[in-house]
Design a protein around this ligand. Structure first.
Ligand SMILES: Nc1ncnc2c1ncn2[C@@H]1O[C@H](COP(=O)(O)OP(=O)(O)O)[C@@H](O)[C@H]1O
Ligand SMILES: CC(=O)N[C@@H](CCC(=O)OP(=O)(O)O)C(=O)O
Length: 276
């Protein structure tokens, strides 16, 4: 445990890893245990499937471009309601039930994160011309003020953060939770950034877990197509976080009970560790 004492560990808790009450409780227990072990845990959560469900119940269709939710004004209201409201408070309550003091936040609180409208470019396969996608209120984090997080690190509180942030233009932006977690971890120079997803980690051509990867190896796996789909932006976020000063990033299965503790406190860990 000593290896992480006094160190910051950012845990990205994805929407696909949530839902099962027993798993949720095990996750909250791990986070509580980190705090009790003098580690500084910070939870950044997603909630893609839960947003989709709420939109559906309101008769609004979910639309994605390049893995990002096209977010008009009405959708942004629902995204904020679900992410910074119900999901955020659910995670806070789970951690509090383990005897700790969690505090639910989003980028707006304490002026923690400012975003700007995302400029996602795609190459049109037929014309080979690059075009900029208009994703509405999808943002990317551009300014992070660590004052509040530093204050909380010295307190009993565990921050639980939703990936919603204001822009200097007065709008509210929806940010991909992986991107948001990477930006927070980078700004704090975190010791570890853990991504809890729905696969054991990065798998090789034969579907076998790769316990450790360097930046160079990860780039090669993307180029040869072994890393594909949703794993591409996740690994790219990992590489960016490493460039920004995070010491190690791990992709692991959030559906395995107590995976956070197994990763941090056993010799072999649990998922794929990516290092510089
Ligand atoms: N080499 C690979 N190793 C593991 N998963 C991969 C790989 N290539 C593509 N994937 C896909 O990436 C998915 C994880 O990305 P994503 O669905 O975006 O995760 P999340 O919703 O947790 O953010 C896996 O479920 C898997 O289908
Ligand atoms: C811009 C964008 O796509 N934002 C995401 C934010 C939530 C998220 O990323 O949740 P997961 O981690 O569960 O996928 C969305 O609206 O779904």
């Amino acid at each position: 445990m000593q290896r992480y004492e006094g160190k910051t560990v950012v845990v990205k808790y994805g929407g696909h890893a949530m839902g099962d009450p027993a798993l949720g409780q095990a996750f909250a227990r791990d986070i509580a245990l980190l705090k009790q072990s003098k580690v500084n845990p910070i939870v950044v959560h997603g909630g893609g499937p839960q947003i989709a469900q709420m939109l559906k119940s309101l008769g609004i269709e979910s639309k994605f471009e390049g893995g990002l939710r096209v977010t008009d004004g009405r959708t942004m209201e629902i995204v904020e309601m679900v992410l910074a409201g119900s999901i955020n408070k659910e995670i806070v309550a789970l951690i509090n039930a383990e005897g700790e003091w969690a505090i639910g936040l989003c980028g707006k609180d304490g002026n923690m994160v400012f975003a700007k409208k995302a400029e996602k470019k795609v190459l049109d396969p037929t014309s080979n011309i690059e075009r900029v996608l208009d994703l509405g209120f999808v943002g990317e984090p551009v300014e992070i003020d660590r004052t509040l997080l530093d204050l909380l690190a010295r307190s009993e509180m565990i921050p639980v953060i939703a990936p919603v942030a204001p822009g200097r233009d007065g709008a509210t932006y929806n940010i991909n939770a992986d991107t948001f977690a990477g930006a927070i971890a980078g700004s704090l120079g975190a010791k570890r950034l853990l991504f809890l997803t729905d696969v054991p980690g990065v798998l090789d051509k034969n579907g076998q877990l790769m316990p450790e990867l360097t930046v160079r190896e990860a780039k090669a796996l993307i180029a040869e197509g072994t890393i594909s789909g949703g794993m591409i932006p996740k690994v790219e976020t990992c590489l960016e976080a490493l460039e920004n000063g995070v010491e190690g990033v791990v992709i692991l299965n959030g559906k395995t009970p107590h995976v956070v503790l197994v990763e941090l406190f056993t010799e072999y860990g649990a998922g794929t560790l990516i290092v510089r």
